[in-house]
Design a protein around this ligand. Structure first.
Ligand code: GDD
Ligand code: MN
Length: 335
């Protein structure tokens, strides 16, 4: 058999009753498409037997059973490694992702010349009745969190979707470190793609069985996001910058107190010195930590940049000194 145009990777864990229905629906939906189905199974309910039968009956189906799985995202990564198509699709086995979305995504990929097509629950015409009120809330909250923390997540309306299409080149040679459930997030953050397109879909109720998502998967998502932030300098930068800013407040207050109390200086000169000192520590820390990979080693450039930093932050300090003066005249304690 030649190399298929499309490989659909399908993770399964205890989906015995859904697999036959899924196979029927996929065959009907894909029609003339040249495809293969790659199942990666971590079940203990006999799904592996159903899959083995399907693989024997149909050369387009292959199934891999694992006795010690590493979760949904890990299963998808394994399936990608075992697949051969130039385009790779990922689909849940429980029919919550309508199989008919696959040809729609393929068409969208061609039309848009996209490297990555995300099936989104958050576009006009989409929906998520299969989530239930509590999960719907969690889904909105975690989506927002992913957007805030990760620049790559902001490229998609549904970065936590489990249904997407990707050209092989996007993930080939890329080390994916799957954690938990959210393999798309991993690919968005680490994959090599330029154009991203989306199609709406309705996330419906499960066929049979129950979800494997729970508190453990939620915690895994937090760990996953933290890892991706730490691994990406531009996502980590905001947090480092805020941390340095907070340290500057501590330095500023401590200096102000030393000037005011032990050294008994007047309020405004104390404020000026505190500002000069904390601006200095902020600059040095941002240079060495926040922008560590662009750290300046030449003294001349370092000093010129520090000068600019003093000018830029100086306007803020003028406001600060004005307020300090005002508050003290209102009779408030300077600290
Ligand atoms: N191999 C393997 N190993 N498959 C797993 C595992 C595992 O440990 N855990 C779950 N799966 C399979 C399920 O059998 C199903 O086919 C698919 O992964 C999704 O699992 P569900 O338990 O049904 O998750 P969900 O419906 O709550 O959430 C899914 O859909 C969301 C919407 O697209 C996940 O794919 C989410 O990541 C996704 O956001
Ligand atoms: Mn599901």
């Amino acid at each position: 058999m030649g190399i298929p145009a499309l490989s659909i990777v399908i993770p399964t864990r205890d989906e015995r009753e859904n697999v036959p229905r899924l196979l029927g629906a996929l065959r009907a939906a894909l029609g003339a498409v040249d495809y293969e189905l790659v199942f990666v199974d971590d079940s203990t309910d006999g799904t592996d037997g159903v899959l083995a039968d399907a693989a024997r009956a149909d050369a387009r189906v292959s199934a891999y059973h694992r006795d010690r799985g590493n979760g949904l995202a890990g299963a998808v990564v394994e399936g990608i490694g075992r697949s051969r198509g130039a385009t790779i699709g990922v689909l849940d086995a429980d029919l919550q992702h309508p199989p008919e979305i696959m040809p729609v995504m393929l068409r969208r990929m061609e039309e848009a010349g996209a490297d990555l097509v995300v099936a989104s629950r958050y576009l006009p015409g989409a929906g998520r009745p299969g989530l239930g009120p509590w999960r719907a809330l969690v889904s909105q909250g975690t989506r927002l969190l992913a957007w805030v923390m990760l620049g790559a997540a902001r490229r998609s309306s549904d970065p936590l979707s489990g249904c997407f299409l990707v050209r092989r080149g996007v993930v080939e040679g890329v080390t994916l470190r799957p954690v938990g459930f959210k393999i798309l997030l991993e690919i968005l953050a680490r994959g090599r793609y330029e154009r991203l397109a989306e199609v709406p879909y309705v996330f419906v109720e499960r066929g049979a069985g129950q979800t494997k998502a729970g508190v453990r998967q939620g915690l895994a998502l937090f760990r996953h996001i933290a890892t991706l932030v730490a691994d990406n300098p531009s996502d980590a930068r905001l947090w480092k910058f805020l941390l340095v800013g907070a340290s500057g407040v501590a330095v500023n207050m401590a200096t102000f107190w030393v000037m005011l109390r032990p050294l008994a200086s007047p309020v405004l000169p104390s404020g000026v010195v505190a500002g000069l000192v904390s601006t200095f520590t902020n600059f040095v820390l941002n240079n060495a930590f926040t922008w560590a990979e662009r750290r300046e080693r030449s003294a001349a450039v370092f000093l010129r940049r520090m000068g600019k930093y003093y000018v830029a932050t100086g306007f803020g300090y003028l406001v600060y000194l004005g307020l300090l003066w005002g508050f003290v005249h209102l009779g408030l304690p300077p600290l």
